[in-house]
Ligand binder design. Structure first.
Ligand code: NAI
Ligand code: MG
Length: 484
């Protein structure tokens, strides 16, 4: 790993300080210690980054670049990310607190795969010829939107950035990326690597800073054509409202309270494994976390016994240690939120099966045990609100209709899991559940080719997926030509 931690603004392929000179601290949540202070972008910095991105968008170099060349640049960037995977995974783990094996074996390789997939898309974007009345030729051009603002959260910092940056660039846009203030480091390194790959200055700028400053300035900026956002539903509402002022597109990918539905005819061992990793993977800081586990009543007690056993094996520890399964909660604020929800679960009468306590490793850090609540009623707070921590709510259900009713009884609709050996039942339920992704006899699967996003208050943006990416990051122009 290089000695220097990237900690300034990345604008026009150069490092810069915030105009105000302000900085903020980013911590290693496993130790509570400061990793570095990072330049805090404000309105003036966002304006600089947007004007660089706008200049790049208008430049002949980017605008007239062969799509094949754009594809090569994205592929080259993927190679560089792969070559620097150890460094990036270390930065991610230190900044976020997730186990190193997750960063190194899953997050960063997925980023590489995303850039390669969208590299392949860059030279396959084209319009259509359309039959119209009269002596006219009508065709469409698929053109980029302009400057795309990408605002991303702290749970999968580089991965979710790649969900947005790779297709946006593939489609010929330029980007201003605003990472979360808890985890800005890998995004900054991405900016630097993009320059090394050969992207012209201004095509990818990275402005770290607080959401209500750098984020809000990006959303309000008149020269930003679209905001691709992943974060909480609450902030998503603010972004949607603010974007109305300049009539820009917003693609919100928001929170979830995803049901994992386990029928009595499921392979119980596989279902328990899937339910456990579905909620505890990534410390439960996963928008699609299977945080509501619905279990058919006849297997309810057996399921709980088995899940308790597995939850107890979720070793809390130093994220750099290969035996660690639960890393540190991203920040002290988030730790407090999670502990508050655990208290609310107790107060509202849910039964604590295992976990429930704060932990420290070597006397420090923001850790929480893998926590399972049973006998949760559908309207309890811990069955309704996104906790974003390692806390499972287990609820019994009686039959298929009851499962549908319970699964859909939330404002969210991001993802769902179904466990059964009955193929017909699986497909029937997949249609009944309000969710943008349904996993049958598996959980937490992603592929750059498959669209991911929400129903209901989980938003309506779609990340990944060929057609959805093309629709999202291009606009259609209809051209009419008189033939006589
Ligand atoms: P957040 O939604 O406020 O943060 C996400 C991103 O939005 C960050 O980059 C942040 O700086 C930015 N942001 C914040 N306010 C903004 C504004 N007014 N304008 C533009 N950008 C803004 O999430 P936060 O506060 O970090 O976490 C709170 C809760 O949100 C978590 O406990 C969790 O429940 C939920 N959350 C859900 C995520 C998901 O993927 N579903 C991701 C992150 C948080
Ligand atoms: Mg941090």
């Amino acid at each position: 790993m290089s000695n220097e931690i990237p900690n300034r603004l990345w604008i026009h392929n150069e490092w810069a300080d915030a105009e105000s000179g302000d900085t903020f601290s980013t911590l290693n949540p496993a130790t509570g210690e400061e990793l570095t202070r990072v330049a805090a972008g404000g309105e003036a910095d966002v304006d600089r980054a947007v004007s660089s991105a706008r200049g790049a968008f208008r430049s002949a170099e980017w605008r007239q670049m062969d799509a094949h060349r754009r594809s090569e640049l994205l592929w080259r960037l993927a190679d560089l990310i792969e070559e620097n995977a150890d460094e990036l995974a270390t930065l991610e783990t230190r900044d976020n607190g997730k186990p190193y094996f997750e960063s190194r074996k899953i997050d960063i390789p997925t980023v590489v795969q995303n850039f390669r997939y969208f590299a392949g898309m860059a030279d396959k974007i084209h319009g259509e010829t359309i039959p119209v009345s009269g002596p006219f030729l009508n065709y469409t051009l698929r053109e980029p939107l302009g400057v795309v603002g990408c605002i991303v959260p702290w749970n999968f910092p580089l991965n979710i950035a790649s969900w947005k940056v790779a297709p946006a660039l593939a489609c010929g846009n330029t980007v201003v990326l605003k990472p979360a203030e808890q985890t800005p480091l890998t995004a900054l390194r991405l900016g630097e690597l993009a320059a090394e790959a050969g992207f012209p200055a201004g095509v990818l700028n990275v402005v770290p800073g607080y959401g209500d400053q750098a984020g809000a300035a990006l959303v309000r900026h008149p020269d930003v054509a679209a905001i691709a956002f992943t974060g909480s539903t609450e902030t998503g509402r603010v972004v949607l409202r603010e974007a109305a002022g300049t009539v820009k597109r917003v693609f919100p990918e928001l929170g979830g309270k995803s049901p994992n539905v386990i029928f009595a005819d499921a392979d119980l061992k596989a279902a328990v494994r899937g339910a456990t990793s579905g909620i505890f993977y990534g410390k439960g800081e996963v928008c699609a976390a299977g945080s509501r586990i619905l279990v058919e009543r006849s297997i309810y007690d057996d399921f709980l016994d088995a899940m308790e056993g597995r939850a107890k094996k979720m070793t809390v520890g130093d994220p750099m240690d290969s035996g660690t399964r639960l890393g540190a909660i991203v920040s002290e604020t988030q730790l407090e939120r999670v502990l508050d929800y655990i208290q609310v679960g107790r107060d509202e009468g849910a039964r604590l099966v295992t976990g429930g306590e704060r932990r420290e490793v070597d006397g420090r850090g923001f850790f929480v045990e893998a926590t399972v609540f049973a006998d949760v009623e559908p309207d309890m707070t811990i069955a309704q609100e996104e906790i974003f921590g390692p806390v499972a709510a287990v609820l019994p259900f009686d039959d298929f209709d009851d499962a549908v009713d319970r699964a859909n009884r939330t404002i969210y609709g991001l993802a769902a899991g179904i466990w059964t050996r009955d193929v017909g039942k699986a497909h029937r339920l997949a249609r009944e559940i309000d969710a943008g992704t349904v996993w049958v006899n598996t959980y937490n699967r992603y592929d750059p080719a498959s669209p991911f996003g929400g129903y209901k208050s989980s938003g309506f943006g779609r990340d990944l997926g060929l057609r959805s990416a093309m629709d999202k990051y291009t606009q259609e122009k209809s051209v009419w030509v008189a033939l006589d």
